[in-house]
Ligand binder design. Structure first.
Ligand SMILES: *Cc1c(COP(=O)(O)O)cnc(C)c1O
Ligand SMILES: [Zn+2]
Length: 482
């Protein structure tokens, strides 16, 4: 098989309901189970046929494909057979998603933490968050549906103030007719920055009075009664696309997962679900011979998954949604994660194979999240606040004795630093509202300094101005002439 040729293998995908166990064919558009409202996973009934190819052969296939110029195989679909092997080449949308780098922490940072850490920068995706992985898969699937059914219009709908809308609007705008993207948001509760990506991509932005939950109810009503594709977190096609994160991590390290720990922030819990599912597939096909350890991370301001797993005895655990308080890890600030049943499903499998120590959920404080993000970025990283949460999680895991210094902690920075830069500003300006409970380390504050006043400038000739300003810069920096 040459790397540029689109695979001939096709699977048979079905939705599998984690609520009632019923199965539904995947050539229909479902958001949740029509019988019980539960969340779906997508399963390939022909997965076992992939075992006819050895782990070693798969590694070679994926390594060869890493050099392909064929855009249908260049992004997340490098791992086509493991994700959505029902799509045709012409369905696949590629906007440069996936293949995000893993950047090892500098020696300075390593010295400071006495830990081996590396960031996987998922903010280096087209809309600047990992949500592009899921959307690339979901929108490719929708394109296949439009083609198969000859639909003349398909609306994609989502209710999100953040990265989900940005990614959905971007992918829909690339495909264009007959797919149109609609974003439904709470009126008066959205910042210009949150609106800018969907508006820029030409999405129809509809505002309704109320809060985010009101928007969710409206879009779920639409999905139940009309032909619209709902792209919020329950959408099972997004999970498949997000599995690519696990495949890429394994490939980056030459498929050797020994002494590797993965740290992922948990919000609605779709991402950690996908990453566990991805590693489990690699393990089943003997592409990797051990699972990396998984660490979900939650803020003490939004920690329902942490609370569930903090009960040692599995029999005693009971899931309770929590009321959240404001969190700097804003994209993970969720009190009732829709993918919780999925986490349970995969965590059990993960522990069955990797042992009890293979899966942990760590709780961190808002203070640790902010301090960690600032520290990472002062050492050459581009972490968002959720990336700070991953780093804080790794430090906390070390404190708890769960990781040792000869293990590599791979930290998910789920978005680009620039998307969440308002929190950096609050840190530098010491302007966090009290409910965040963050007290900045003032020694890390970084603010611009005015060298010369505009009045002074007006009083000087251009030459005098240049010389005076330069002299002031010299004095401030303590420069010596060469
Ligand atoms: C969506 C999102 C999260 C949370 O991911 P879940 O899949 O909901 O757990 C974390 N960080 C960023 C930047 C996000 O956009
Ligand atoms: Zn069901």
């Amino acid at each position: 098989m040459t790397a540029d040729i689109f695979p001939s293998y096709r699977g048979r995908m079905e939705y599998f309901c984690l609520g009632c166990g019923k199965r539904f064919p995947a050539d229909e558009l479902y958001y949740t189970c029509p019988d019980c409202g539960g969340v779906f996973l997508l399963e390939n009934l022909d997965f076992d046929r992939l075992k006819e190819t050895s782990g070693e052969e798969w590694r070679k296939i994926f390594d060869d494909r890493a050099a392909t110029k064929n855009t249908a195989l260049r992004g997340i679909f490098r791992f086509y057979e493991l994700m959505a092997p029902v799509l045709e080449k012409e369905d696949i949308v590629y906007l440069g998603e996936g293949n995000t780098p893993i950047v090892e922490s500098s020696s300075n940072l390593t010295r400071a933490t006495r830990m081996a850490t590396a960031y996987k920068n998922d903010g280096q995706n087209p809309s600047a968050s990992f949500k592009d992985r899921g959307m690339a898969c979901a929108l490719s699937y929708l394109r296949s549906l439009v083609r198969a059914n000859d639909w003349d219009q398909l609306l994609t709908v989502c209710a999100s103030t953040g990265d989900t809308s940005a990614a959905a609007a971007l992918y829909a705008s690339y495909i264009g007719d007959p797919i149109k993207s609609v974003v439904i948001l709470p009126h008066g509760k959205v910042t210009p920055a949150q609106l800018s990506q969907p508006l820029g991509s030409g999405a129809t932005v509809l505002e309704v009075p109320g809060v985010f939950d009101d928007c969710m109810k409206v879009v779920e009503h639409l999905a139940d009664n009309y032909r619209v594709a709902l792209l919020n977190s329950k959408n099972a096609w997004r999970i498949l696309g997000q599995e690519s994160y696990a495949f890429e991590v394994a490939q980056w390290f030459n498929w050797d997962m020994e002494n590797k720990n993965i740290f992922v922030p948990i919000g609605n819990a779709g991402n950690i679900t996908a990453i566990m599912s991805g590693f489990l597939k690699l393990y089943e096909l003997e592409i990797i011979d051990e699972l990396p350890r998984m660490f979900g991370v939650q803020s003490h301001h939004a920690d329902p998954v942490y609370r569930y797993y903090s009960v040692e005895d599995a029999e005693e655990r009971s899931y309770e949604p929590v009321t959240v308080t404001p969190s700097v890890a804003q994209a993970a600030m969720i009190g009732n994660p829709v993918s919780f049943p999925r986490v349970k499903h995969f965590a059990e499998k993960y522990e069955t194979i990797g042992g009890e120590d293979a899966f942990h959920v760590i709780q961190v404080t808002e203070q640790m999240i902010m301090d960690s993000m600032i520290q990472a970025n002062r050492n050459g990283h581009i972490a968002c606040t959720q990336g700070g949460e991953s780093f804080a999680g790794a430090k906390r895991a070390k404190e708890l004795g769960l990781v040792s210094s000869d293990e590599l902690c791979i930290l998910d920075s789920t978005a680009h630093h620039l998307k969440f830069v308002d929190f950096q500003t609050m840190y530098f300006e010491n302007s966090f509202p009290a409910e965040f409970e963050v007290v900045p380390d003032q020694s890390l504050s970084n603010t611009p300094e005015l060298v010369i006043s505009p009045e002074k400038k007006a009083a000087l000739s251009p030459e005098e101005y240049t010389r005076t300003t330069a002299e002031k810069v010299v004095a401030k920096l303590g420069l010596e002439s060469k």
